[in-house]
Design a protein around this ligand. Structure first.
Ligand code: HEC
Length: 122
């Protein structure tokens, strides 16, 4: 008897667990999770900048004196506030990427989080 109860308990737990799991994946489709913890320059930040900014500020292209190619140059714009100002479309900055849709909130938050952690070269 005790065994049977235990068994039912395990099955019930499994069903709850499985349904909770499938709900998670539904949520992911609508609101994809955005992890902004411990952002790394090399694997989190660089790909965003390469994809969205290098066409005008990287690979030897320096539009309006702004060069974001590599850590050292990006760090200058991170430290002086231009990077955050431009990507978050703050007043007084030309919105970036230029003449293109704003970065996703997730990408913006990743960059902000990285800067808040001291913009590490990691
Ligand atoms: C299609 C070309 C293009 C792309 C792509 C682009 N920029 Fe720019 N960027 C410009 C131009 C042009 C200016 C000068 C705009 C002005 O001041 O009128 C500029 C200026 C800037 C400035 C200085 C802004 C200011 O107000 O002082 C920053 C910072 C900047 N870009 C960062 C970025 C970042 C970060 C990205 C990617 C998310 C990006 N840019 C993508 C063309 C581009």
């Amino acid at each position: 008897m005790v065994r049977k109860l235990l068994h039912t308990g395990i099955i019930a737990t499994a069903i709850i667990w499985i349904s909770a799991c499938s709900k998670d994946s539904e949520d992911e489709l609508t609101t994809s999770p955005c992890n902004t913890d411990n952002m790394k320059y090399s694997t989190d930040i660089l790909p965003i900048i390469q994809t969205n900014c290098y066409s005008c500020h990287g690979n030897g292209i320096v539009t309006n004196g702004i060069d974001l190619d590599g850590y050292t140059k990006l760090r200058i714009q991170a430290d002086n506030g231009n990077l955050t100002g431009a990507i978050s479309h703050a007043a007084g900055y030309t919105p970036m990427p230029y003449n293109a849709p704003k970065l996703s909130d997730c990408d913006i938050n990743k960059i902000k989080s990285w800067i808040q952690n001291g913009a590490p070269d990691n």
